[in-house]
Ligand binder design. Structure first.
Ligand SMILES: [Zn+2]
Length: 141
């Protein structure tokens, strides 16, 4: 993939991450205020403890998404971005545009969904999955 295309995806991912973390300071502030009553100084928290707090504040879906974004950023750095985890083929740029943090190409994603529909409870991450499949038309053959 071309460098400027990769750069674009990096910006998109960082933007998504920023959006996801946007209202965390508000939620954290609330935490700080409520813990002040117990006489603790939350501002002195080590950063890994703050990370843990952020993790506690995010719901499961947000956390999953954040992890996927972090992971995509990592792969961007490693140069393995845009390659399907499952089959090693390139994930189409069109698909990445819609879902920049995907690890799977359309074909493998569909396979995975077929499987999980049969085995896993579908309800839990229905919203997330809907988000991950919005682009399937775009690359259909
Ligand atoms: Zn694949």
């Amino acid at each position: 993939m071309r460098k400027d295309v990769l750069k674009k995806f990096r910006e998109t991912l960082l933007g998504m991450k920023g959006q996801l973390l946007e209202d965390i300071p508000d939620r954290l502030k609330h935490e700080v205020e409520s813990s002040k009553d117990e006489g603790r100084d939350t501002y002195d928290l080590a950063s890994d403890e703050r990370d843990r707090e952020i993790n506690m504040i995010l719901n499961d879906r947000e956390r999953t998404k954040l992890m996927a974004i972090e992971d995509a950023l990592l792969r961007l750095g490693e140069g393995s971005y845009g390659i399907c985890d499952e089959c090693g083929e390139d994930i189409g740029v069109g698909r990445l545009k819609v879902m920049p943090f995907t690890r799977l190409c359309v074909r493998c994603q569909e396979e995975l969904e077929k499987e999980s529909r049969m085995t896993k409870n579908f309800d839990d991450d229905r919203t997330f999955r809907r988000l991950t499949t919005t682009d399937t038309e775009e690359e259909s053959y």
